[in-house]
Ligand binder design. Structure first.
Ligand SMILES: Cc1ncc(COP(=O)(O)O)c(C=O)c1O
Length: 444
């Protein structure tokens, strides 16, 4: 197959899927377009748009789940607070890898972090009627804004690119001082840009959350996947950095999806600080009668949404947490494959004249991991995404993530061994064609 594929084929695919503006396409729409072109031409795409784990699931989880199913758990509603063994293991896992003390009662299974943020948004925005707005430290995971829209919650956001380090304090305070921020959310490592907020930045967030009494939602979907550090030894430093070291107003979202390649079973943990779990808020008392944050979260909101979390998946996560904390299952070793892929892919992009957009953490080169960001001189992110599609390379524009930078998010999870050479060839062709397109106008 020769690239680029014809414009007519690309346009037909866009039209067939009724997409109004392809440059603003969502992840699922890019997947659909790429799929349609693949079908039409028989050409294989280098898929970098999807953030789906590309590794086999943890066997320990699968076995525990099968055993639980064989013992008949499928017919029984799980306890809404979560299975005691999972709550115990979650608390132990958090101690082992973050070095935070969170009681088992405050560790609650959810059907993935996605459900966890939804429930957290609902609960956090009901605590105090003056605080009705969510603050996103962007770039971020677009679906979380969709959740805010579904809930009818107001939100504000800023791209942290220009506000790293000390600058974060003033920027955050400019929002928090208005008194309307119910909660702050960010992911660390970051989806889409894979930067990692440093301890001093987490300290700023934590201290301001105490000063302005706002709740921090720390999304650890890519738990301990900052591969620059040796984070995988239980009960031994270094630990996954966390805002929990600097505030009592926090909850952690720990997903089974990426660290354990367990996305299909929809399981994760929301862990609240002990203080937040037991805290009462006037807004919650008015709405539900006397009740604590933890109780409203579990017995009102989670209960109303799904009456708990799949019983067998809880057995799986409990088993995976246990062996990870015992030190007999080096769970990070398997996912380090994403880092190796990122290193190779970034080198290919850079060789062909692309730049890494979010390229450092306060001067330290960014880690290699699940995602990275790339830009090409003279093209906006939207243009770059559109221009790369005919070359069989698909990724999403950073503009859909709340980023103010021009570029794309590339995900390493679906890359197969033979595709590095493919990518190199296609990018070289893309650059050659782009240069020859640009020549006539620049020589006028
Ligand atoms: C930042 C972030 N949060 C949450 C999720 C969703 O996690 P889960 O599968 O546990 O719902 C993702 C998945 O891509 C993510 O990137």
């Amino acid at each position: 197959m020769k690239f680029p594929v014809s414009e007519t084929i690309v346009q037909e695919a866009v039209r067939a899927l009724h997409i109004q503006d392809f440059s603003k396409a969502t992840i699922r729409e890019v997947v659909a377009i790429a799929g349609k072109i693949e079908q039409q031409t028989g050409a294989e795409f280098v898929h970098m748009e999807m953030g789906i784990p590309g590794l086999p699931p943890s066997e320990i989880g699968v076995k525990a789940e099968i055993q639980a199913l064989e013992q008949g758990v499928a017919s029984i509603y799980p306890v809404i607070d979560g299975m005691p063994a999972l709550k115990e293991e979650a608390s132990r896992f958090i101690k082992a890898f973050i070095d935070l003390d969170i009681a088992p009662e405050a560790c609650v299974p959810v059907t993935g972090s996605m459900q966890g943020t939804f429930i957290s948004f609902v609960t956090a925005c009901q605590c105090d009627e003056k605080k009705d707005t969510i603050l996103f430290i962007d770039p971020g995971f677009p679906v979380q804004k969709q959740q805010a829209v579904i809930l009818g919650h107001k939100y504000e956001s800023f791209d942290v690119y220009d506000f790293r380090g000390e600058k974060l304090k003033e920027k955050l305070e400019s929002y928090l001082s208005k008194g309307n921020i119910a909660c702050i959310i960010y992911s660390n490592p970051n989806n889409p840009a894979w930067f990692c907020l440093k301890d001093k930045e987490l300290q700023i967030i934590g201290e301001l959350s105490e000063k302005y009494d706002t709740i921090v939602l720390e999304d650890l979907a890519y738990f301990a996947m900052d591969f620059r550090k040796a984070l995988g030894t239980p009960f031994q430093a270094p630990f996954q950095a966390s805002v929990g070291n600097y505030t009592n107003n926090y909850l952690l979202l720990i997903s089974g999806s990426k660290a354990f390649s367990y996305a299909g079973q929809r399981i994760g943990i929301v862990a609240m600080s002990n203080k937040l779990y037991h805290r009462t808020y006037p807004g919650l008392a008015r709405r539900y009668g006397a009740s604590t944050f933890g109780s409203v979260f579990i017995h009102r909101v989670l209960y109303a949404i799904s009456a708990g979390t799949s019983h067998s998946a809880q057995y799986a996560l409990a088993a995976m947490f246990k062996v990870a904390s015992d030190g007999t299952f080096p769970f990070l070793e398997e996912v380090k494959e994403y880092g190796r892929r990122a290193q190779r892919l970034k080198a290919i992009f850079q060789k062909n004249g692309f730049k890494i957009v979010y390229d450092n953490d306060l001067g330290e080169e960014i880690a290699d991991g699940f995602y990275f960001t790339i830009g090409y001189p003279g093209l906006t992110g939207d243009e770059l995404m559109t221009e790369l599609i005919p070359y069989g390379v698909s990724a999403i524009s950073l503009s859909t993530t709340g980023s103010r930078q021009e570029g794309l998010r590339a995900c390493t999870s679906f890359i197969k061994d033979h595709q590095y050479a493919q990518l190199d060839e296609r990018l070289a062709q893309f650059v050659k064609d782009l240069r020859s397109k640009r020549l006539p106008s620049s020589s006028v």
